[in-house]
Design a protein around this ligand. Structure first.
Ligand SMILES: [Mg+2]
Length: 215
């Protein structure tokens, strides 16, 4: 391919180690709303998607209507958990320090969630001015909208973008955007990141994979 023009990082599970934490909170809140579910099931069914997607799936499956306070309740508990338990993904700062070309962040989370997660992990300065949220587009992942929006905002052709994702929804979104996708198989087995150009299990492998795409 043409040299990599932009590396687009997913946030949750790729930059901040939030997936287990967030899915524990989501499971507790949904169970409290009358939809009993475990964190593992939330990871399997909802990881990489938006909260609106969770709402519509739950309402469709269970025939119940989640209250209007659902998102607020979830975020309250999530931000509380973030403040004490959120950490950067192991090895991510080394990757960001080693990158020579442009990179940005594109997340299904709200702007507030992204900003809080970066602030408590001390990673905010890496992405300042280059943060894109599902709030900014009509359709969340697995639609390609957010990745295409990020590429357009930074004036890079999608064919020169590489997406780093850890969820099936995110991998699908990257492929639909016409981008190369590298799948970080941490919580999701590599087999479920199908279609990714390559998968890896340790952040230390990422710089080499990116260099390989430049050739
Ligand atoms: Mg993710």
């Amino acid at each position: 391919m043409a040299p990599v023009g932009l590396v687009i990082f997913d946030n949750d599970g790729v930059v901040v180690d939030s997936e287990l934490l967030a899915n524990e909170v989501l499971a507790a809140v949904l169970t409290g709303e009358g939809y009993p579910v475990t964190a593992d099931e939330c990871i399997r069914d909802f990881m990489g998607g938006s909260l609106d997607g969770v709402r519509s799936t739950v309402e469709e499956r269970a025939g119940l209507e989640l209250p209007s306070t659902f998102a607020e309740r979830y975020h309250d508990r999530l931000f509380e958990a973030f403040s004490t338990r959120l950490r950067p993904v192991a090895g991510i700062t080394g990757v960001l320090d080693a990158l020579e070309g442009p990179y940005c962040l594109a997340s299904s989370g709200t702007v507030e969630r992204i900003n809080r997660s970066l602030a408590v992990t001390g990673l905010g300065s890496y992405f300042e001015g280059r943060i894109f949220s599902a709030d900014m587009v009509r359709r969340a992942k697995p639609a390609p909208d957010l990745f295409l929006h990020a590429a357009a905002a930074l004036s890079v052709d999608p064919s020169r973008c590489v997406v780093v994702e850890d969820s099936p929804n995110g991998v699908r979104a990257g492929l639909a955007a016409g981008m190369k996708v590298l799948g970080y198989a941490a919580l999701t087995p590599a087999a479920r990141l199908g279609g990714a150009h390559a998968t890896f299990g340790d952040m230390g492998e990422l710089p080499g994979l990116l260099r390989g795409l430049d050739d």
